[in-house]
Design a protein. Sequence first.
Length: 80
Amino acid sequence: MDIMDKLKQGVCAINVVIEKSDIPTDEGLLASGILDSFGLIELIGFIESEFNFEMEDDEFTGDNFKDLTAVKAYVERKIA
């Protein structure tokens, strides 16, 4: 399973009413209503657990989390 699939799987675990195929990769998760602020915190915990790294406070930025494409790029940088 690639990074984007894992991220979508994590979003589906948090928001159990959405299907992976319905999650846009280029639209904000908060803005689209897919996740709320608590869901975003849960997603961070999922990312840290799934990809085995700890996120630094200064890495939680709009650039890194503006949409799933940005989150994927962030994860790729962290695990490289």
